[in-house]
Structure formats: structure tokens, C-alpha cells
Design a protein around this ligand. Structure first.
Ligand code: NAD
Length: 327
């Protein structure tokens, strides 16, 4: 492929991906299956790596998806809410480790967590009281969904200690609530949600908080974004501290000493996925030690110290709607 052909394909891919991302993040109504989006995105990353002078700052590879919807107050995040780089096989995970080992000259511990398929949220506490909740938005500016998150039972109004801090996590709809909700919607002639992720995102990003209470959403918190008063040195300690404070975390997590051990965890949960009460779309692997994380750093879009292994598509599906795109 010469430079001109690459430029044409890059433009085409960006346009397709932007349309898909807009439907997914802004309307909560995807027009393509995730694996189709991921495949096109992967192709774009490959082309931008091969032709670095064709990378532009407005490319979807350089931005966190999502915008603030009309009707919501904007919240500027104290620190950006980022995306995650992707891995699709063991080799990708080994390359991830290779990049880290160039920077950290000692044994690395990895925290493996389930990648919950919901909506990223930020929750702030002041002196132990829940004061503000936000969506990720474009990563820098999110939507104020405080009233909606107050209706989610697993987010306590008060922590077990009067700490000031920001936590981040995933708000999701359990599979059983999703089935019930769609049955009710079908009976009353309303459009059904495509999947629990869209049902959760659609519920949180609407303006009537009473509706959120009925939708039985739940959360797993996975990050201390601003430690504030909390004194923790690793992801493992951070998650344990969140448990003690009364926040819900996912207990299927595991600290692994090698990528081989990470891979065993990945395969185990790939098999277990249908038996879980909530949807997951992969495994998030994070360097455990916070000092190591800071030394490894960030790209414009994602931490370099973490990666999301994406499960293969559960069944071969094509576009949700008929789109005349060449893939
Ligand atoms: P991502 O979903 O790949 O990864 C980042 C997100 O993972 C975080 O924002 C967080 O919400 C979530 N997460 C869940 N569990 C976590 C945990 N334990 N620790 C840390 N984070 C955790 O990134 P993204 O940029 O939001 O979205 C990209 C993905 O969204 C694509 O890979 C694709 O699957 C999907 N997407 C699909 C379409 C479509 O048309 N179907 C369009 C756009 C995006």
C-alpha cells in the first residue's frame, strides 16, 4: 500500500469508526458489534503505526470516546478518565510485558480484574459523604449524574470512614435485571435494549433519576483516582481499602506473578463468562505497584501500565443494522 492508498483507507476507517462511536457513546444505540468496531480500530492503529506522519490529533486513536449530552451539567475531571489499550492473544500480552520490562528492571506483579461491560463512572466523597457522580464523557469533561448515581444501591451515601477521595468504577446492569427490563419493555411496546451495557448506559444518561432506581443497576469500583486521605501503594491495597470503606469491588481479582499466570486467569474466565451474573467483555491487566505505574506512564489515551484483553466474539455476528461499509 502506498502513502496515498494508506491515507484513503485511514480516512475511510476514521469516518466509519466515528459514526460507530457516536452511536455507541452518545446515543447508547450501537450500530455494530464490538468485535467489528475492534477489528476496524485495530486496522487503523496498524496503518497509523506504519505511516506515523498520517496520524492527526483528531483521529479516534488519539481521543477517548464520548461527549456530554444536552441537558447534563458538565463536570471537568480532576484527572482524565482514560481508555485502555487492547490485547487479543497471548502474544499481545507478552509484548505488553516486553514494553514494561524495558522500563522496570525488577519482577513485576500484575493485578488481573474482570472487564465489566457497563459505563465508567467517577464518584467523589467529601468527609465520607457522597457529593458528586460523573460519566467519563470525552475523558476530560463528563456529565453530572449525581442524582442518578444516588439511586444505585451499591454506591453508599456515606463511607465507613470520613475520607475525602475520588473513586472510579463501572456501573452495570446484571443479566437478570436486563432480561426483566426488556420483557417489560416488550410488553409495553417500547424498544428493547441491545445488551446490558447499553441498558445501563441509557439508564444512567437520562434525566429522570426515579427511572434509575427501578432499573436495578449495580457497580464495581476499580480505581482510587485521587487518593486524598487514603494511604495505599498498590492496586491490590487500593481495592482492599475500597472494600473496607463499604464500596463494592469485584472479588474475582487476582494478583499474578507472570504473564503465564495472567494467561491462565484469562482462560479460566473466558470459560466462566456465561456463568457470571453480569456481562464482561475481557480481562484488565494492571501493573500492581503504583510507583511502577507512574514510572511506566501514559499515552494520550490510555495508561501504558494496563491493558484490556478482549474476549473473542461470543458468536459470529455482523452489523446490527445493514450498513454498506467495506470491512
Ligand atoms: P474499553 O471499554 O476498551 O476500556 C476502557 C474501559 O474499561 C474503562 O473506561 C472502564 O469503563 C472499563 N472497565 C471495565 N472494567 C474495568 C476494570 N476492572 N478496570 C479498569 N477499567 C475497566 O475502552 P473504551 O475506549 O471505552 O471503548 C472502546 C471499546 O468500546 C471498544 O473496544 C469496543 O468494544 C466498544 N465500542 C464499541 C462500539 C460499537 O460500535 N459497537 C463503538 C465504540 C466503542
Amino acid at each position: 500500500m502506498d502513502q496515498e492508498q494508506a491515507q484513503n483507507r485511514i480516512s475511510e476507517l476514521r469516518q466509519q469508526l466515528n459514526e460507530m462511536a457516536q452511536a455507541y457513546y452518545e446515543s447508547d444505540q450501537p450500530i455494530a458489534e464490538d468485535h467489528i468496531y475492534d477489528g476496524l480500530y485495530h486496522e487503523l492503529v496498524g496503518l497509523e503505526e506504519a505511516y506515523p506522519d498520517l496520524v492527526t490529533s483528531d483521529s479516534i486513536t488519539q481521543k477517548v470516546g464520548g461527549q456530554v449530552a444536552a441537558g447534563f451539567t458538565k463536570i471537568i475531571h480532576d484527572s482524565p478518565m482514560l481508555s485502555l489499550g487492547n490485547a487479543f492473544n497471548l502474544e499481545d500480552l507478552q509484548s505488553f510485558e516486553g514494553r514494561i520490562k524495558k522500563l522496570i528492571d525488577e519482577p513485576i506483579e500484575y493485578m488481573c480484574e474482570l472487564k465489566i461491560d457497563g459505563l465508567a463512572v467517577s464518584v467523589k466523597y467529601e468527609n465520607g459523604q457522597f457529593v458528586q457522580g460523573a460519566t467519563r464523557g470525552d475523558g476530560k469533561v463528563g456529565e453530572d449524574i449525581t442524582a442518578n448515581l444516588k439511586m444505585v444501591e451499591s454506591i453508599p451515601a456515606k463511607l465507613n470512614e470520613p475520607l475525602t477521595m475520588e473513586v472510579r468504577g463501572e456501573c452495570y446492569m446484571p443479566k437478570s435485571s436486563f432480561v426483566r427490563l426488556n420483557e417489560e419493555r416488550e410488553e409495553s411496546g417500547q424498544a428493547v435494549f441491545a445488551n446490558p451495557r447499553n441498558a445501563a448506559a441509557g439508564s444512567l444518561r437520562q434525566l429522570d433519576s426515579a427511572v434509575v432506581g427501578e432499573r436495578q443497576l449495580s457497580t464495581f469500583m476499580y480505581a482510587v483516582a485521587n487518593q486524598g486521605d487514603l494511604d495505599v501503594a498498590s492496586q491490590e491495597q487500593g481495592l482492599n481499602a475500597l472494600d473496607e470503606l463499604g464500596l463494592a469491588t469485584n472479588h474475582e481479582r487476582k494478583v499474578c506473578q507472570s504473564i503465564d499466570e495472567v494467561w491462565e486467569y484469562v482462560q479460566h474466565f473466558q470459560d466462566e463468562r456465561p456463568n457470571l451474573a453480569y456481562e464482561i467483555d475481557g480481562i484488565v491487566i494492571k501493573v500492581n505497584n503504583f510507583e511502577d505505574q507512574e514510572a511506566i506512564g501514559y499515552t494520550v489515551k490510555a495508561p501504558r501500565w494496563a491493558i484490556a484483553y478482549k474476549f473473542p466474539a461470543e458468536e459470529a455476528e455482523t452489523l446490527i443494522e445493514d450498513i454498506e461499509w467495506t470491512i
